[in-house]
Design a protein around this ligand. Structure first.
Ligand code: 3H9
Length: 696
């Protein structure tokens, strides 16, 4: 078995190489190997300096997240890093790939840092509900001050080597071979330089304090409800008020407090769930087809958003519209995205031109004859989509993949318009398609394995988070949304105001409430669907007409200045509308409902029970393959708080038996709506959790 850490020498320089693929995570074996190597090199009289580097694609990308949740084993990373910093000989960290978390903390504990220009460094622990726990909160501010350190730790986004150099976080960029450059650098160095003794970042105490005050405010407002940001602020306060050793101990306590929290467990679950969602049976059975050129049919909001996403990732795109005017509008929709970036100073005209050079527009389907994949993004109506697919069938090359961007429509009904059903799949992009990360990849029965694999390959190219969904109405996300949306409507008719419901949802951790979200998306979309379903609904099922009454008035949400909320003068945040109360009261009166009060707790218990119960049905029918795919869908597409891991992870922590009891209790008044899913009943009977199902 290869050793995870090796020690060799190049002349008088000791080279410690970490080799733990794929990302050199700092497992127990790596920590032990690193410690042993450092002690040995430090004691070796023939060694004048030490270089630490990572084999393969990266310097360590952090602690081994898989070890979290198990008892911590010696040696602890902070102690290993302290030992590195205490070395009597200069230690150089040579960085490439992504030096993140504990990996970057090793670099900060080393005496000098050199990096290849493509390297990125950062402290992303906040995305796992954690704080940097191996000295990062104490060493980083000593080098670059509080404002930048807080920015790095709060955003958690890696920064480029060039920016790290400018901020004094690394000392040199390596030209050419990193190992060679690090050896040359190490040979020049005479004495250790310990970050724990650095003072430049602490010099301006007033600026440090001001940055802490700002960060506290950000933590309380924009990162509301999360524990890690406030802990980071506390650690930085310790950094400026206490000696290094005490600050380090304080950081350690805070780290373990975060690690033990439900928030961190939820976020770590979300991390692995996201990676698991890309692993689907079809992709393990077949290679994706080549994807060098994309076609997009339709230049409206979705088509333009998809085009931008593809252009940004380097793919050339041919956009098809039915006539020259529509095509001009489609191109304008694409250009508008870039023009906004230019106006904000985030893009240059030259960059826009480079990107737009990959764009081609046409009114002729025949111009798609060379593309590898086409995404149809026309109006959400089956007949319109079928007509497009008939055209595509005539012009595309034989192995091209045909995809329909739809949020509801049956992909089988679309694919049957072609003579190549096995080449067709669904892609449900979320709006704005160039921003939202989630992509539901809808797999109809007839789809060939390599077509599905190509859908997942496209997601990777576009930087999207893919989730495999079966071809059932609403797929995973919108189907479940439909159910808890109905549950919210029931509560509204029974006595809760839309504003109380939204406030409970926001309090739970969502960025916005359901009704604010409806207003943003446009109430007319749901209204059209409801009108289309008229006559097909089970008359015994409860139907709440409040939203219909709102739409009948032409109040379609933000775009009309009025929906569930009022948006005076184009306001983006809505204000409660007194007329909505009157309208709701009239609906209650029609059904002789006496309004009752709902606590936030009851609102969320019902809302989440409706969500999870329907999610169980989605699982039982195989529309989602595993509970964690549902978590990914709701965290990345529907605003479910990431620190709760997703609805299924949340249900596990709430207790499935307790949730089933809730559902049965609600069902006493509305047995049709609240039918407990057989899967939930089975799980409770067998004492299993959703997480057990994830493990397979
Ligand atoms: C920390 O460091 C705490 C310290 O402050 C204090 C400690 C005391 N551990 O994402 P990918 C796996 S907290 C274990 O698909 P990419 C990942 O699951 C940590 N495994 O590749 C996947 O496995 P599989 C702070 C890890 O190229 C495979 O590697 N660090 C870890 O798109 C490939 O990953 C972070 O939070 C890990 N740390 O992106 C960094 N990282 O193939 C987290 C990855 O079985 N990692 N794996 O599915 C990342 O952000 C990305 O993985 C990275 C590569 C950018 C590195």
């Amino acid at each position: 078995m290869t050793q995870p850490v090796t020690l060799s020498t190049a002349g008088s320089i000791a080279v410690i190489e970490i080799n733990n693929p794929p990302v050199n995570a700092l497992s127990q074996a790596v920590r032990q190997g690193l410690l042993d190597a450092v002690v040995q090199a430090d004691a070796d009289a023939a060694v004048t300096a030490i270089v630490i580097l990572g084999a393969g694609r990266s310097f360590p990308a952090g602690a081994d997240i898989k070890e979290f949740g198990q008892p911590m084993q010696d040696p602890h990373l902070p102690d290993v890093i302290d030992r590195i910093e205490s070395c009597s000989k200069p230690v150089v960290a040579a960085l490439h790939g992504t030096a993140l978390g504990g990996g970057f903390e090793i670099a900060l504990g080393s005496h000098y840092r050199i990096a290849v220009p493509s390297a990125r460094v950062g402290l992303p622990e906040i995305h796992l509900g954690l704080i940097p726990g191996a000295g990062g909160t104490q060493r980083l501010p000593r080098l670059c001050g509080a404002a930048m350190a807080l920015d790095i730790m709060f955003k958690g986004t890696p920064i480029r080597a060039q920016d790290a150099l400018a901020a004094g976080l690394i000392d040199r960029l390596a030209e050419g071979d990193l190992r060679q450059a690090a050896l040359i650098y190490a040979a020049e160095l005479q004495t250790p330089r310990r970050t724990r003794e650095a003072t430049s970042g602490l010099a301006d105490k007033a600026a440090f304090e001001a940055a802490l005050t700002d960060a506290k405010e950000t933590a309380r407002s924009r990162m509301r409800g999360q524990m890690a940001p406030l802990k980071i602020v506390e650690c930085l306060r310790a950094c400026i008020t206490q000696p290094f050793a005490d600050g380090r101990l304080f950081e350690r306590d805070c780290f373990f407090e975060c690690l033990a929290s439900e928030q961190s467990k939820g976020m770590i679950h979300a991390f692995f769930a996201q990676r698991a969602s890309a692993k689907v049976p079809e992709a393990s059975r077949a290679e994706p087809r080549p994807l060098n050129r994309l076609g997009v049919v339709g230049g409206g909001t979705m088509g333009a958003g998809i085009t931008v996403a593809a252009l940004n990732s380097g793919l050339p795109v041919t956009m098809i519209e039915r006539d020259h005017d529509s095509l001009a509008r489609g191109r304008a929709n694409v250009e508008q995205v870039y023009d906004r970036l230019i106006a904000k100073g985030r893009m240059s005209e030259a960059q826009k031109s480079d990107i737009m050079a990959r764009y081609q527009g046409s009114t002729q389907f025949a111009d798609l004859s060379e593309v590898d994949m086409v995404i149809e993004a026309v109006f959400e109506r089956l007949d319109v989509k079928r007509a497009v697919f008939e055209q595509l069938d005539k012009v595309l090359k034989p192995d091209a993949v045909l995809a329909s961007n739809t949020s509801y429509i049956d992909i089988d009904e679309i694919s049957s318009a072609t003579n190549r059903r096995e080449h067709v799949l669904g892609l449900h992009f979320f709006s704005p398609a160039n921003i939202m990360k989630l992509l539901e990849i809808v797999v109809p029965q007839s789809a060939a394995d390599d077509v599905v694999a190509t859908g997942f390959a496209l997601a990777k190219i576009l930087g999207k988070i893919p989730v495999r969904a079966g071809n059932s109405p609403g797929f995973i996300g919108n189907r479940i949304l439909g159910k808890y949306g109905d549950c919210a409507a029931h509560m509204m008719e029974d006595g809760a105001t839309p504003y109380e419901i939204d406030s409970a949802i926001v309090e739970f951790g969502y960025p916005m409430g359901l009704h604010a979200m409806y207003d943003l998306a446009g109430l007319d979309i749901g209204w059209d669907n409801r009108k289309a379903a008229q006559g097909k609904r089970n008359p015994a099922e409860r139907y709440v007409e409040i939203a219909d009454r709102i739409c009948e008035r032409g109040w379609f949400g933000q775009k009309t200045g009025r929906g569930f909320y009022l948006y005076p003068d184009g306001a983006r945040i809505g204000a409660p509308d007194p007329e909505i109360f009157i309208l709701i009261e009239a609906e209650r009166a029609k059904k002789s409902i006496t309004a009752r009060r709902f606590t936030d707790e009851e609102i969320m218990a019902r809302y989440l029970a409706a969500m999870v119960n329907e999610a169980c049905e989605v699982l039982r029918e195989g529309v989602a393959l595993k509970p964690s795919d549902i978590d990914v869908t709701f965290v990345h597409g529907y605003g479910f708080p990431r620190y709760r891991g997703g609805p299924m992870n949340y249900a596990d922590s709430y207790g499935l038996a307790r949730m089933l009891d809730d559902i049965r209790r609600y069902g006493q008044h509305d047995p049709i709506f609240w039918q407990a899913s057989p899967l939930l009943i089975e799980l409770v009977a067998s004492g299993q959790t959703f997480n057990d199902l994830n493990k397979g």
